[in-house]
Design a protein around this ligand. Sequence first.
Ligand code: FMN
Length: 216
Amino acid sequence: MNNIKLVYIVSILLFISCRSENVKHEITTLPTPKKNATIESIMNRRSVRSYKSEQIKQAELDKILECGINAPSAKNLQPWAIRVIQSEDMINKLNIDYINYTQNNSSATSTHTSDYNILFGAPTFILIAGDTNNAYAQNDCGMLAQNMLLAAESMDIGTCVLGGIVRFINGPQGNDFRAKLDLPDNYQLFIGIVMGYKNEYPSAKPRENTKIKIIS
Ligand SMILES: Cc1cc2nc3c(=O)[nH]c(=O)nc-3n(C[C@H](O)[C@H](O)[C@H](O)COP(=O)(O)O)c2cc1C
């Protein structure tokens, strides 16, 4: 009787394992045995597009920057430069210049009205530039940026990566602004991040599980 039971169980297991080879990989949700702060920060981080005007605390900013530069980089060359802008004058001027540019330039991807706020009201704007002579600089800067996004999220500080404004600053119209950043000549801006206390808690946008394929 016991042998029959064993044969029955083994056959079922064999059947399941054969079938699973042909089944497309799906993400399984493992039961989390204990609270995992890193996974919570990754899953809770969302692009925040509405901020409180209150500035983030210096100690919080310092921790976020420290986490940024602890990112990996090829050969530990750290081919990045970080610029933190908290000057209201600089941010307002950039906003006005950007809006004027979108209104008067046909090559601008969108046109913004004078009440548009490029930083969504965030009081801190962080720019990440990379060494254009380093083949891995863009990868390294991306890792640095993600470290900062997650460190900020772990303190319930909102962030949003901005691509459009970085392209604007890198162009000829951004010369005056770029000059104030004191970057080496061979450095180019890659990433902009707005940062501040959240005024909204957006829900997650859908993700494509089919982007993942386990090659066996
Ligand atoms: C390189 C890059 C550029 C982005 N540029 C902008 C931007 O110019 N404006 C904006 O509102 N969001 C921008 N985003 C944010 C994305 O829209 C956002 O990450 C995406 O929709 C997924 O949403 P989530 O961050 O809430 O998960 C950018 C994100 C990345 C990574």
